[in-house]
Design a protein around this ligand. Structure first.
Ligand SMILES: *Cc1c(COP(=O)(O)O)cnc(C)c1O
Length: 383
């Protein structure tokens, strides 16, 4: 493709337009159906979506909720997590992971991540659980593992530690729906998995939405109650303190239109990741995919040698009309809202290092090889 034609094909960091063109008629039909039915909350589309999500992940139950954050919160409420509880989570993740324990009165304990996978470091997790036990002030209650950028965390190890310590393992799979580990899709790891359908996630709706996946029928019923104000089997019977965490019918309808494309979109993301690896591997550090893991490639993130190199690459990309993003500029333990909770605890050097060097490149299912080439050339031109 020549430069003029290339300029006519702008590259998006996330592309929701190409997909929408493919399903626009079906979207219009499905949304019109919801408008006609008038069942805007908990309509039949929500039930249909729940059974299809569970089928896709290979787990027994899916519970549609209002966002990924609410999915995390409902699971933690279901475990009774609250004051006096320690919830262990990586320092290098989106803010929602830490916000949820705090909203419930629990204390987040930040854990460092691995320099290769960017996911929670199991040795550091063990050290921090031991330290909390030795202090004797907080009860170790849960680990929230995050599948950062779509890559599954070390779930066999997290599950083992949680079983040994009597803790709950919650999978924050908000960036990773569709990913698998050892042949099992996320949704079957940990006690429950939280999904986000925020528009830029691997499966996104046109607003906020989320879901909880679990194999436990009892927990699924509890989550359904919690998302509807703690309601019992009878309407207006309140069994427990819950919240308003329902998924809108229109968002479920949107997701039902997108789900038939999803399997193929995951393959397209993996193909784009392969093109990047061919061009950038050995020249910049890539996220290392652990053995047995299939990433959902929610984001494609590279590590530059230092902040100055990252700034140069960002500028070269900008000049080439290639959008980039920094996920995340600050580790959570350094955020003004959270740093007091980390006071007195050992440093998190890998999380801090990653924030100074990480850069995310365009990643979506509708990237073609020429576009990946253009992005890679812009990156390499600045090194
Ligand atoms: C997006 C995200 C969430 C929150 O999901 P929302 O649907 O935006 O509430 C939680 N955790 C991680 C890791 C995320 O990336």
């Amino acid at each position: 493709m020549n430069a003029v034609a290339a300029a006519a094909r702008p590259i998006a960091l996330f592309d929701m337009k190409a997909q929408q063109r493919l399903i626009r008629e079906e979207l219009d039909r499905r949304i019109a159906h919801v408008l006609d039915s008038g069942r805007f909350v908990q309509g039949p589309e929500v039930d249909e979506l729940e059974s299809k999500l569970a089928g896709f992940a290979g787990c027994a139950h899916a519970v549609g909720v209002s966002s990924g954050t609410d999915a995390l919160q409902i699971v933690m409420m279901g475990e009774g997590v609250g004051r006096g509880d320690a919830v262990f989570l990586p320092a290098f993740t989106y803010t929602a992971t830490a916000e949820v324990p705090l909203v419930l009165g629990a204390t987040p304990v930040f854990v460092d991540v691995e320099p290769g996978t960017f996911n929670i470091d199991i040795a550091d997790l063990k050290r921090r659980i031991a330290a909390v036990k030795a202090e004797g002030k907080l009860r170790p209650r849960a680990v929230i593992g995050v599948d950062l950028f779509g890559l599954p965390a070390d779930w066999p190890a997290i599950e083992r530690i949680c079983a040994e310590e009597g803790m709950f393992a919650l999978d924050d799979a908000a960036q990773a729906f569709g990913a698998a580990l050892d042949g099992k899709r996320l949704g079957r790891w940990g006690g429950a998995a939280a999904l986000s359908f925020y528009p830029t996630k691997t499966l996104g709706c046109y607003g906020d939405g989320g879901a909880i996946l679990t194999d436990s029928a009892e927990k699924a019923e509890l989550y359904r109650s919690l998302r509807t104000h703690g309601e019992g089997k009878q309407r207006y019977e309140v069994l427990r303190t819950g919240m308003n965490g329902r998924l809108d019918t229109i968002q479920a309808a949107v997701l039902l239109c997108k789900l038939p494309l999803f399997e193929e979109e995951l393959r397209s993301r993996a193909r784009a990741a392969g093109w990047y690896a061919d061009r950038l591997g050995g020249k910049v550090q890539l996220q290392q995919v652990r053995d047995g893991a299939e990433s959902a490639w929610g984001l494609y993130s590279i590590l530059l040698p230092d902040t100055a190199a990252r700034t140069r690459v960002q500028e070269a990309c900008k000049a080439a009309a290639v959008p980039t993003g920094v996920y995340y500029p600050l580790p959570l333990h350094a955020q003004p809202a959270y740093r007091d909770h980390h006071a007195g605890r050992p440093a998190l050097p890998v999380s801090e290092m990653l924030c100074t060097r990480i850069l995310s490149l365009p990643m979506h299912p509708y990237l073609d090889e020429e576009q990946v080439d253009r992005v890679s050339q812009a990156v390499l031109s600045a090194l």
